[in-house]
Design a protein around this ligand. Structure first.
Ligand SMILES: *Cc1c(COP(=O)(O)O)cnc(C)c1O
Length: 452
């Protein structure tokens, strides 16, 4: 009964896979926030180093991974892939369940897979400081770790809800030398404005992004970094799925269903895009399912139209599934999934029905997380429990239908810094929350961005 499928350092992929090359309908262009005309890559130059902008728009199918990046990856990569024998038994399912575990990175999630190359390309172009936002603290930690490695200063705007709930994430970032503000903060104009209007706000990723961008644009040697949503972030994460394909081959198996939790789409892209490549190149029909919170259901209940990536409307307009950039999600514990929009590539893939999406409420996902922890030992990040809820639903379907399908999911992070969330669950303090259709319609009705 083999449980673990391990690769060696030499098996770390040499290229990232760019799914844009294979998409039947390419993503629509970003639009200028004021003129609403399509913008070229140059418009992003104040925010990102040129190499990352090139990666944002390239149509090359493969992008080589620099040796120095592979070298840092080798601190924790390749990550293990497990067969969840115990979970299968608990669920009494004929399905075979596998998971790729990204919690073995120094920061405990998949985020360093992109933080390291982002810091690397900034370093190559002489950047001295990077600003960013963080929801649950995972991205801020990852960027702090990566910046520290390359001797770049790092400034993080952390959504206030998480700042208050997860003090040790802040200490972790401080350990790697980063400066951390609760967002909204008094360090930016937009932060001050929002604090004046809503002094008790718990913040949102949209607000934190606006603050980080505002702090970056005023200085030539300061740039901004985003931990999800953008094409280059998804590109970097594809090492996860490429490794997983090799490991599934070692296991003598191939997934029928690939599942990952969904915030902005990076861990979902990381695991699923290389499997979608098998659908494109080899005619396979692997189902890829994104799992989102019912409190922030942009894929299952949002609209596909142009919207801003941030609350203040400073980013380019992107064609995506969105709940509206003004939307402030309920303070649920899966902080990393509280984002109003979905990445452009994933949005187009969903529009074209090449992937699927489902939503779970917050009680259902904690139940799933605890079931997983009791069966497999690892305590999942609250974000990751959404994927587990989908795994359980699919395993139950397999049982009903008597099908021995193979399910693979991305356990994209551990929950060791999330004990407050688990404590609240055990204390019965987590109340079921679903965004109502009326609330969604009200938020979307406020949009005056171009429709598609
Ligand atoms: C950030 C994060 C997410 C959500 O972001 P994606 O870009 O959708 O992956 C999910 N899980 C964990 C553990 C995270 O840190």
């Amino acid at each position: 009964m083999k449980r673990k499928f391990l690769l060696e350092e030499k098996d770390i992929p040499e290229n990232w896979y760019n799914i844009i090359a294979d998409m039947p309908n390419k993503p629509l262009p970003p639009l200028h926030p004021a003129t609403k005309e399509p913008i070229g890559p140059d418009a992003l130059a104040p925010l990102f180093p040129m190499e990352l902008i090139k990666q944002e728009v390239t149509t090359d199918k493969y992008v080589p991974i620099p040796d120095e990046v592979r070298n840092i990856y080798s601190i924790w990569r390749p990550t293990p892939l497990y067969r969840a024998h115990n979970l299968e038994k608990v669920l009494d399912t004929p399905a075979k369940i596998y998971y790729k575990y990204e919690g073995t990175s120094p920061t405990g999630s998949h985020k360093p897979n992109t933080a390291v190359p982002q810091a690397y390309y900034n370093k190559m172009e002489g950047v001295k400081k990077i600003t960013t936002e963080t929801g649950a603290g995972q991205w801020g930690s990852a960027l702090s770790f990566a910046c520290q490695h390359f001797g770049i200063d790092c400034e993080v705007f952390m959504v206030k809800l998480s700042f208050d709930h997860k003090p040790y994430r802040k200490v972790m970032m401080n350990t790697w030398g980063a400066k951390v503000h609760p967002s909204p903060s008094a360090a930016t104009e937009i932060g001050k404005k929002i604090l004046a209007e809503h002094p008790d706000t718990t913040g949102s990723l949209g607000i934190a992004i606006s603050e980080a961008i505002e702090s970056a644009v005023h200085n030539d040697t300061t740039k901004y970094a985003l931990g999800s949503v953008l094409n280059h972030v998804k590109l970097h994460q594809t090492i996860v799925g490429q490794e997983a394909i090799k490991q599934m081959e070692m296991a003598g198996d191939m997934p029928d269903v690939v599942i990952a939790p969904f915030g902005g789409g990076s861990n979902f892209a990381g695991l699923s895009f290389p499997f979608l490549r098998l659908n494109f190149d080899e005619g396979k029909s692997i189902r890829c399912i994104a799992s989102e919170p019912a409190s922030c259901p942009k894929l299952t209940k949002g609209v596909f139209r142009y919207d801003f990536g941030d609350t203040a409307g400073m980013t380019p307009l992107l064609p995506m599934y969105t709940l509206g950039h003004d939307f402030v999600p309920a303070p649920i514990h899966a902080g990393g999934l509280r984002y109003h929009g979905a990445g452009v590539i994933v949005s187009q893939l969903l529009k074209d029905k090449l992937i699927e999406a489902v939503a779970h409420d917050n009680l259902e996902v904690f139940e799933a997380g605890v079931t997983f922890a009791r069966a497999e030992g690892i305590i999942p990040a609250p974000e990751a429990t959404h994927g587990i809820a989908t795994v359980i639903a699919e395993a139950e379907r397999c049982k009903r239908e008597g099908k021995a399908e193979t399910i693979l999911f991305n356990l994209c992070g551990h929950g060791n810094f999330d004990m407050k969330a688990y404590q609240d669950y055990f204390d019965g303090k987590i109340v079921k929350h679903e965004l109502s259709d009326a609330e969604i319609q009200a938020s979307i009705a406020k949009l005056d961005t171009p429709t598609i």
